[in-house]
Structures are given as structure tokens and as C-alpha cells.
Design a binder for this molecule. Structure first.
Ligand code: NAG
Ligand code: NAG
Ligand code: NAG
Ligand code: NAG
Ligand code: NAG
Ligand code: NAG
Ligand code: NAG
Length: 376
């Protein structure tokens, strides 16, 4: 996920859909339902994602903060604060790995001198004291710092449940074999670590849903404005290419990539105003921090997981990830049909969503923001 210069971005949105699977009988969270671990590089605009899962009656086992747009520590604190403002602190937050598997700010900065600057540089952007004083999420420098100035929603008073997210995820899937869906809105570092740590991890989950995996978007990156280049970069994968490869070749029962489909759904002021007609901490925050030039990446991905019937068009193919540092497509995916899968690699088939019902997604997000559940 992402936000922008000053602070944040993203969450949000919209209108009225069929009330699908919401459980109205119990307004408390985690009173049953399908289990999910929601991992992201949280910022002030991210609350809509876990609120959507709760609205659909899902049992959110916990949130994981990862390193991608900013450092895992800062993002985990963001998650703590987003839960706290809505009395949702019964949902634990686990901090992920500080660093990607191989990538570092220095390596990324060097890569960019070889292959061109990324439109969005996330955590790898050189440290800028002025920007952080003004409220930017931390980049580069010390991964353990948390920037108070970035907390539009208030600085958390709660503490992390743990700082070894991968180990915690392994533990959870053994506790609930076959029941836990994993959602990833940031880099895949912690998921790759869990896969490597425990050979049963992937197969014991219910499936993996990923915001990322853009394909054939290079032409879009050459045309239009820099935002067009930005939103088609696949930053979540480029932030940790090796982790993306490990995750996408692991034996999850089901892997679903949502990227271009989410890229087609944007917030707009009318929608945000409509959401904010109900006055609560989450609608107010969404109105304040959501950037209308960035798509509903993570909310779209969440929609696909919560209600696959909102997928309008999808396909499947075998997928590889470019892990060659000297390649301009380092971190990007490459697809194959079965007949042409490389013999010496254990690639696997993934679902690839082309299009989501935008009305349904906007409605689900609006409902979740306007009617947030709380802890018992
Ligand atoms: C999209 O969802 C809305 C409900 O939110 C529904 O009325 C509409 O028929 C759906 N569109 C498609 C193409 O399925
Ligand atoms: C709702 O669920 C919570 C948590 O399981 C439980 O403590 C509470 O009694 C439930 N409330 C109702 C009205 O069922
Ligand atoms: C933490 O407590 C302080 C003091 O009561 C409050 O101002 C702040 O908003 C709280 N943080 C959150 C995230 O609710
Ligand atoms: C959270 O709980 C406090 C204390 O019960 C209450 O005053 C506040 O309105 C609640 N906030 C939300 C968003 O539910
Ligand atoms: C640092 O951030 C400030 C505030 O956003 C900006 O004006 C300045 O250009 C940035 N400096 C660099 C070197 O990017
Ligand atoms: C895997 O996920 C896709 C996309 O959500 C869904 O259409 C499909 O039914 C799922 N398959 C299984 C076996 O769960
Ligand atoms: C699904 O998307 C693909 C790729 O854009 C397109 O070729 C195909 O016509 C679409 N199918 C439907 C039913 O819309």
C-alpha cells in the first residue's frame, strides 16, 4: 500500500452493495468466521482493510507490519494506532522482519542508477529529515525508528504482541490447519520467511492473497504521467524480489494475485464525502488522508478474498519472478502456460484477477468504515 508525500494514502471506499456475508447478530469482532492474518506496510489510510474483513464476519487473528513503503517497526505502530482509535486493540499486531531478504536502501539506490529511478521508492528513499519532521513515514537510516509526526490518527498507547511475525504465522497455521487465509498488501518478506522456516507452513494455510504481480504494464509506464508509471511498477514485489519468488513457488493451496484489477478502482471526493456522512473515527480519517490519485489496491485485494463472487474476470497461469539484480525487470513476474513451463524450476499456477466489481468493492468498504465493529 502506499501513501504519499505528506502522509498517507489509501483506504477506502464506497457504496452499497449486497449485504453478502455480514453477520449482524454480533457487533463484536472475532466472534467466529473465517480466519485471516492481514499483513501490510500500514499507514494512516489503511484501516479500511481490516474493517472490511471484520464487517464480513471474518476472524482477524492479527495484523502483521512489514517493511515496504516504510520500516516494519513504524508500520506495526501504525497498525496498533489504527486499531486503538476504534477500540479494536483485542486484535494483536506482530512486527515483521526489519529488512527484506536481500534488498537494502543502498542496493536499491545502486539498482536505480543502473536501471532508472523508481517512481515510488518506498522505504528505500534516502533519509530526509525535513520530510520526516513534516510527517513522512521513515525511509532509509535506522529501521527501528518510529516517526510520531506521521501519526495523523494519534500515537499508539498499546504495545506489540510480538516482533517475530513469521514465527507467529507458522504457529497460527499449525493451531488452525487449513483454516487461515493469508493476505499480503506489502512486500512478501515475512511470508517467505515463514515458508522457509517451516516446510508445512504454506500447505497448512487456506490460501494466499497478494496485492501485486503486475504483468505487461511496461507500456503504461512509458505513457501518461509519472503517477501512471508509479502505479504500474509493482513496488511490493520490487521491494523484495527474492521473497516474492519464494512465496509464489510455495505450495499454498491457492494463490491469488490482484494488481491491475485494483488499479482500475480509484477513490474520488464524492465517494469520500459520502462515506464521511456517517461521523466516526474511521470515516473521518479516510476523508482526511485518502489520496484520490492512488487506486484502491489493498481494498480491492481484500474484496477478492472476502467475496470471490465480486471477481468479474480472472485467469490462471504459471508464474516466475525475475530475481536477477542486473535486470530492468528485477522483481517483476513472468507468466507461462503449462506447455512452456521451464523444466528446471518448480513454478506453480496462480489465479490472476483481471477485473473486480468496483461498485461492490466501494459499497463493502463504505459499509465497513461506517459501521466498524469493536472488541467485546
Ligand atoms: C456489481 O455489484 C453490484 C452490487 O454491488 C450488483 O448490483 C451488480 O450487478 C454487480 N455487477 C456485476 C457486473 O456483477
Ligand atoms: C459476541 O461475541 C463476543 C465474542 O465472542 C461474545 O463475548 C459476546 O457475548 C457476543 N455477543 C452476542 C450478543 O452474541
Ligand atoms: C493515546 O493516548 C493519548 C492520551 O490519551 C491520546 O491523545 C492518543 O490519541 C492515544 N492514541 C491513540 C492511537 O488513540
Ligand atoms: C471506545 O471506548 C471508549 C470507552 O468506552 C468510548 O468512549 C469510545 O467512544 C469508544 N470509541 C469507539 C470508536 O468505539
Ligand atoms: C526533503 O523533503 C522536503 C520536504 O518534503 C523537500 O522539500 C526536499 O526537497 C527533500 N529533499 C530531498 C533531497 O529530496
Ligand atoms: C482460489 O481463489 C480464487 C480467487 O479468489 C477463487 O476463484 C477460487 O475459487 C479459489 N479456489 C479454491 C480451491 O479455493
Ligand atoms: C477478461 O480479460 C481479458 C484480458 O483483458 C480479456 O481478453 C477478456 O476478453 C476478458 N473477458 C471477459 C469475459 O471480459
Amino acid at each position: 500500500m502506499r501513501y504519499t508525500g505528506l502522509c498517507l494514502l489509501a483506504s477506502a471506499l464506497n457504496t452499497a452493495v449486497a449485504y453478502a456475508s455480514t453477520d449482524d447478530s454480533n457487533t463484536s469482532v472475532n466472534s467466529g468466521g473465517q480466519k485471516v492474518i492481514i499483513e501490510n506496510d500500514w499507514n494512516s489510510g489503511s484501516a479500511g482493510q481490516f474493517l472490511m474483513a471484520l464487517d464480513y464476519g471474518w476472524h482477524v487473528l492479527g495484523l502483521v507490519g512489514d517493511t515496504s513503503d516504510s520500516w516494519a517497526m513504524h508500520c506495526s505502530y501504525m497498525a496498533l494506532a489504527l486499531l486503538e482509535i476504534g477500540n479494536l486493540s483485542c486484535i494483536p499486531v506482530h512486527k515483521g522482519s526489519d529488512y527484506p531478504l536481500l534488498m537494502t536502501p543502498k542496493l536499491m539506490q545502486t539498482y536505480q542508477t543502473l536501471q532508472g529511478q523508481l517512481p515510488w521508492r518506498g522505504v528505500f528513499k534516502p533519509y530526509n529529515e525535513t520530510a520526516e519532521k513534516l510527517g513522512a513515514d521513515p525511509t532509509d537510516g535506522d529501521p527501528s525508528r518510529v516517526n510520531r509526526a506521521a501519526f495523523v490518527q494519534g500515537y499508539p498507547n498499546k504495545t506489540l504482541a510480538g516482533v517475530n511475525a513469521a514465527a507467529w504465522m507458522v504457529e497460527q497455521v499449525h493451531k488452525y490447519p487449513g483454516e487461515v487465509s493469508i493476505y499480503s498488501g506489502g512486500a512478501l518478506t515475512n511470508i517467505a520467511m515463514a515458508v522457509r522456516m517451516d516446510s508445512e507452513f504454506a500447505s497448512l494455510t487456506k490460501g494466499l492473497y497478494i496485492m501485486g504481480g503486475f504483468i505487461d504494464t511496461n507500456l503504461l509506464m512509458t505513457s501518461g504521467n509519472s503517477n501512471q508509471a508509479d502505479i504500474n511498477t509493482d513496488f511490493n514485489f520490487k521491494a523484495d524480489p527474492e521473497a516474492a519468488k519464494i512465496a509464489l513457488t510455495a505450495d499454498f493451496p491457492n494463490i491469488t494475485l490482484v494488481s491491475a484489477a485494483s488499479n482500475a478502482i480509484f477513490p474520488d471526493d464524492a465517494y469520500l464525502d459520502d462515506v464521511d456522512k456517517v461521523d466516526n473515527v474511521y470515516t473521518n480519517l479516510a476523508r482526511e488522508v485518502t489520496q484520490t490519485y492512488l487506486p484502491f489496491w489493498d481494498e480491492g485485494t481484500m474484496m477478492v478474498m472476502l467475496d470471490p463472487s465480486t471477481v468479474l474476470n480472472q485467469t490462471s497461469f504459471y508464474v516466475n519472478v525475475d530475481t536477477s539484480y542486473y535486470s530492468p525487470t528485477y522483481g517483476n513476474i513472468w507468466g507461462h502456460q503449462k506447455e512452456f513451463v521451464p523444466a528446471m524450476q518448480d513454478l506453480r499456477e496462480v489465479n490472476y484477477v483481471y477485473a473486480i466489481n468496483a461498485t461492490a468493492m466501494r459499497t463493502a468498504l463504505k459499509r465497513a468504515l461506517q459501521n466498524p465493529k469493536t472488541c467485546p
